[in-house]
Design a protein around this ligand. Structure first.
Ligand code: DON
Length: 304
């Protein structure tokens, strides 16, 4: 497959396209990023690396971190994990409170904020040094010890986290949060403030495309049966109330973040990460979705 040629065509199309999206501003620090940033990195299992644009510049991974947090939690627990968080699409915005009330504090899935907060709570209970251990986990699957958080983004989200605090309080009232709310919120904001480039995310995401193994040293990070489940949750829940639209247009499991990143995988073939900060009304990168739609169309390959 001539991936570089296809990426060059996508770059030309994207440069000519006017985005109608908005850079996230509810975390004030994120609004400082240029709306013009644009990068793509594709990592093919058989033929290596392809990219264009700002693909080596780090950005705030935000909700993409929820995939890594779920992976770490699933490496420590078996099916009992899913007694505290379900695996159904929510059809609601990522920070919605409404379903939690009538579903007794059990979040619909681990990728909406409520579900990710339960996963944070689980990691705090199980890890010796939650922040360090979690960051080290990401560094190990990305083969890069220099990955770290952006302190300004972390401090910025801390000041505007009332809705996540509300989710935690509601779930705590249903006894689905075991640790102190402040501690869970702090860990969750920390994980969202991690910065990675498209290239680094594509390397880290290789475990989802390669049956749980890193490509460079073949280390089995998670059992294939668990990777299958994570990919299924990415497919059905990775884009909140736009998961159906993403499946319809792109046809790959993936995960977005309000920093403008989308990481996606084609099992057995490749990983691909796109970064373009302007978001559509559902909170997903507008040009990112377009780029991935063009990739699966021009290659003629998707999981469907
Ligand atoms: O909790 C929040 O609102 C952010 N830290 C993460 C949200 C996010 O990335 C949703 N993604 N599209």
């Amino acid at each position: 497959m001539e991936y570089q040629k296809i990426l060059n065509q996508i770059e030309a199309e994207l440069t000519a396209k006017q985005s109608t999206g908005q850079v996230a501003s509810y975390i004030p620090e994120l609004s400082k990023i240029s709306s013009k940033k644009l990068g793509v990195h594709l990592y093919c299992i058989n033929s290596g690396h392809y990219n264009f644009g700002d693909s080596t510049e780090r950005f705030s991974i935000q909700s993409i971190s929820k995939v890594f947090a779920l992976t770490k939690a699933m490496s420590l627990l078996d099916d009992e994990l899913f007694e505290r968080v379900d695996v159904e699409p929510s059809g609601d915005p990522f920070n919605s409170l409404v379903q939690l009330e009538y579903e007794q504090g059990i979040p619909r899935n681990p990728f909406i904020n409520a579900g990710a907060l339960v996963i944070s709570d689980i990691l705090i209970s199980l890890l010796d040094n939650p922040k360090e251990d979690f960051l080290r986990f990401i560094q190990s699957i990305a083969h890069n010890d220099s990955i770290k958080i952006n302190n300004e983004v972390y401090e910025s989200e801390k000041k505007y986290s009332h809705r996540n605090a509300a989710l935690l309080n509601l779930m705590k009232s249903f006894r689905n949060i075991k640790n102190d709310i402040e501690v869970v919120l702090d860990f969750y904001i920390f994980q969202c403030a991690i910065e990675m480039s498209c290239e680094e995310l594509s390397i880290a995401f290789m475990i989802y495309a390669n049956q749980g193994k890193t490509l460079s040293d073949g280390h089995q990070v998670l059992a294939p049966r668990k990777i299958k489940r994570i990919n299924a949750i990415m497919q059905t829940c990775g884009f909140y109330d736009e998961a159906g639209e993403f499946s319809f247009r792109v046809g790959l499991p993936g995960k977005s973040g309000v920093g403008g990143g989308i990481a996606a995988i084609h099992p057995g073939q490749y990983t691909v990460t796109v970064w373009s900060p302007p978001l559509n009304p559902k909170g997903n990168s507008e040009l990112g979705m377009y780029a991935l739609e063009r990739l699966t169309t021009l290659t003629g390959l998707s999981i469907f």
